[in-house]
Every structure is written in structure tokens, then in C-alpha cells.
Design a protein around this ligand. Structure first.
Ligand code: AVJ
Ligand code: FE
Length: 416
């Protein structure tokens, strides 16, 4: 690679890091210290912790491990390391101003290092760091939402067809013919758990054209779905009894949301609805084939619509709308097989346990993915309305315990 090409990439990485950071910081405008330190839910840390952790990880990987500089702010290590304090002890935080000072101090040295860093060897780590921050930014968004704070970063309102679709979405399914496809991703931004690309054969199956809507989910609620043990797995029913719930976490009775995807369901609720509908959840391979495979050309697409990077005309992401949109709003974003709304809007639960693909190699550390290959985490695909462009692609894999419903998750169903 020529030097000038490398310098272009330095410039591009710098711009993307700045763009990502500006989105992160916008979420903290007007946030008071109590909100900053509050643990809104036992499964999640205070938003202020996430902000400090972003600086800590950037400093640890780029300045300590790569540039071999002594630790900046060593007093923060125990607080902001993921394996430091338990989540419930993360509420004693520096102020927003102090945390911003930490971020800025790290960032100044990072950009200085970027000028001479060996990008040919390190580009993957720089790209990983942008994705690391943006994943925490999504968590900050929904944790603030749990605290009753609504953020909308839109500079203009979305176009009308995004808000009110012409026609109601249906519960129709698309048939995906039997055959092989290529699963995974080996490009520079692909995370360890997306590698390696491998060929997978699937029998013919059907998958919903749209995510399950609030309107459809209401029929499940009204039919007594939350009280009918026959629809639930043993572990799902046990979870339901312990928590005595009767609607999704982000449910409202607003009929204007009937065409929006249901949002804030645990994997157990998704599984019970699928049973109610006479369907099942798709495997992650079934999800990925229906979203990324171009059967005519016999090749993978990075995004359902092709290779164009996501923007606000293609899908609801990056906090542009700040909430869900109708599942049939983005007509031009359909996959080769005709699925709608696969990237953005809501994450979609799959039936698959999170695990490594054949030949998996941890990167940059086993705590990123590998420690979650424990048969306790289910895979989600597709991204939500709060997912940044850096985490939005057909091969991206997210994972959570099946009981988690605070994330921005819905689902679509499949059948054999
Ligand atoms: C992939 C979203 C489950 O936030 O726990 C952030 C991403 N890993 N820092 C998380 C992650 C380390 C992870 N999720
Ligand atoms: Fe992290």
C-alpha cells in the first residue's frame, strides 16, 4: 500500500472516531449527576459508567498496549474496567465534566499516536474500537429510556412515508429455496464472532417478510397469551411466573403503533408468540441467508439492499428517528428475497445459542465474545433504531441472556 493511501485511511479513521464520539456526547446533554450515576436496572450499569468505560478501553488498547505508554488516570482502572467492580457498585462516579476530561485527554494522545501508528498492522483494532464505543452508545440510549429520558438526534424529521406507510404490513411469509449460502464476514471491520466466512446448506424454509408488529402481538395478549402455559417453554413459563408480566417492556396501548414492530420482549416472549402463531423463531443462519444472500449472483451482500452504506432513507438507525417506525416503511431496503426492515428498527431474536463459527479466533480478547459461548446467550440480529452505522450489517451478531427485555428487541418468525 502506498503511503498516501495509508494517510487517507488515517484521516478516515479519525473522522469516524470523531463522528462516533459526537453522537455519544450528544446523549449526555442536560443529564444531571443523579441520572448519570443511577443504575436503572440490575443487568445494566449507570450511563456515566459506560462513558468512562469508553475512555478506559480506548486508553488501554491504543495507549497502553500498542503505544506502550504508561496508564493515564490509573485511579480509574478498577472502576471502568469491565472486570473491575460488580455492576451494582458502579454508581460512585466522577462527574460528567470530569469524565469528559478523561475522554478528551485520552483522545488527544490517541490522535497523536494515530499520526505514526502502524495502520497496516492495526487497522482492525482501530475499527473494533469505533464499534466498541458505538455499542456502548446504544446501551446508554436504552438505559436513559428506562430512566424516562427520550433522545432524538434527528436534525430534521423523517419523511412522511416513514411515519405512515401506505398499506398495512401483513403476516405473509417468504419461501427461501433449499441450497447453500455463504455465512459470516471476513472484512476488516468484521468482529471475531463473524469470522470465518463459511458455506452453509439450508433446507427450504419460510420466514416472515416483516418483523412481528404491535398489532399482531396484541392478538397474542388479548387471546390470553401471558396466561396460557401451553404456549411457553418450561424455562419461559418459570421466568414468566417469577416476574408476573403481561405485556412487553416498551408496550403502549397507542393504536398508531400497530404497524410498528413489537419492542422490548425477552427471548421467552418471542418464543411463546411464535408458538401461538403456529411458527417458530428462525435460526441465525436462516435469518442471515434471507437477509444477505443474492441467489442470482451467488454472493453475499453486506447489507440487504447491497453495498451502499446505511443512511436515513434505507433504515431506522443511529437514533435518527429516536423510536420505532412501521415495519414496511423502507421499501427500497428489501433483501434479495424481499424481506423488509431487517437492519435497524428492532433487534431480532433468533433460536440460536451464541457460539463461535468453525475456526474461531478471539479478538481482541476472549472477554469480547468467547466467554459468552456458554450455552446461556441467544443471538440477536439486525440492529435497532439506536444502532450506529458501524454495527449495522447482515453478518453482525449480538447476544443476550434470554430473559433480557430492556434491549430494543423484537423478532420475526419462521417455519419449515
Ligand atoms: C455485544 C452488546 C452484548 O454491551 O455487553 C461492549 C458489547 N462488549 N463491551 C455488551 C460489548 C464489550 C456487548 N454486546
Ligand atoms: Fe465494553
Amino acid at each position: 500500500l502506498s503511503l498516501s493511501n495509508l494517510d487517507d485511511r488515517r484521516q478516515e479513521i479519525k473522522q469516524e472516531m470523531e463522528l462516533c464520539r459526537s453522537t455519544t456526547l450528544k446523549l449526555f446533554q442536560g443529564i444531571d449527576y443523579e441520572t448519570f450515576c443511577c443504575q436503572a436496572h440490575p443487568d445494566f450499569s449507570p450511563v456515566g459508567w459506560h462513558l468512562g468505560h469508553i475512555a478506559f478501553i480506548e486508553s488501554l488498547w491504543l495507549l497502553e498496549k500498542f503505544a506502550q505508554l504508561p496508564p493515564l488516570f490509573p485511579q480509574y482502572r478498577r472502576l471502568f474496567a469491565a472486570d473491575g467492580l460488580p455492576k451494582k457498585q458502579r454508581g460512585n462516579l466522577p462527574t460528567l465534566e470530569e469524565t469528559k476530561h478523561y475522554l478528551d485527554t485520552v483522545r488527544k494522545q490517541v490522535f497523536q499516536y494515530l499520526e505514526t501508528a502502524d495502520l497496516e498492522q492495526q487497522e482492525r483494532l482501530w475499527r473494533w474500537l469505533i464499534q466498541h464505543e458505538s455499542q456502548h452508545t446504544e446501551t446508554i440510549t436504552f438505559v436513559l429510556q428506562l430512566q424516562g429520558i427520550k433522545i432524538n438526534l434527528a436534525e430534521r424529521s423523517p419523511s412522511p412515508q416513514v411515519i405512515i406507510p401506505n398499506t398495512p404490513p401483513t403476516d405473509e411469509m417468504v419461501q427461501i429455496p433449499a441450497g447453500k449460502f455463504e455465512m459470516g464476514n471476513d472484512s476488516i471491520e468484521a468482529l471475531d464472532n463473524e469470522r470465518l466466512v463459511h458455506r452453509v446448506y439450508l433446507d427450504t424454509y419460510c420466514i416472515d417478510r416483516y418483523p412481528v408488529t404491535c398489532g399482531q402481538y396484541r392478538t397474542f395478549i388479548e387471546a390470553g397469551g401471558y396466561h396460557n402455559q401451553n404456549l411457553w417453554s418450561d424455562s419461559g413459563w418459570e421466568w414468566l411466573q417469577k416476574n408476573s408480566l403481561n405485556q412487553p417492556r416498551y408496550w403502549t396501548s397507542d393504536r398508531n403503533l400497530d404497524y410498528h414492530p413489537v419492542c422490548g420482549v425477552s427471548w421467552y416472549e418471542a418464543e411463546a408468540y411464535a408458538q401461538f402463531a403456529g411458527k417458530r423463531l428462525p435460526t441465525e443462519a436462516e435469518w442471515e441467508k434471507a437477509v444477505s444472500w443474492d441467489a442470482t449472483l451467488g454472493c453475499r451482500r453486506t447489507y440487504p439492499w447491497g453495498e451502499a452504506t446505511p443512511d436515513d432513507s434505507l433504515c431506522n438507525h443511529n437514533n435518527i428517528v429516536g423510536q420505532t417506525t412501521p415495519v414496511n416503511a423502507y421499501q427500497t431496503a428489501q433483501s434479495f428475497y424481499g424481506l423488509y426492515d431487517t437492519l435497524g428498527n428492532v433487534w431480532e431474536w433468533t433460536s440460536s445459542w451464541f457460539d463461535g463459527y468453525a475456526g474461531f479466533i478471539s479478538y481482541p480478547y476472549i472477554g469480547y465474545s468467547q466467554v459468552y459461548f456458554d450455552g446461556q446467550h441467544r443471538v440477536l440480529r439486525g440492529g435497532s433504531w439506536a444502532t450506529s452505522p458501524w454495527g449495522l450489517r447482515a453478518s453482525f451478531r449480538n447476544w443476550y441472556h434470554p430473559h433480557v427485555r430492556e434491549i430494543l428487541a423484537g423478532f420475526r418468525c419462521a417455519s419449515s
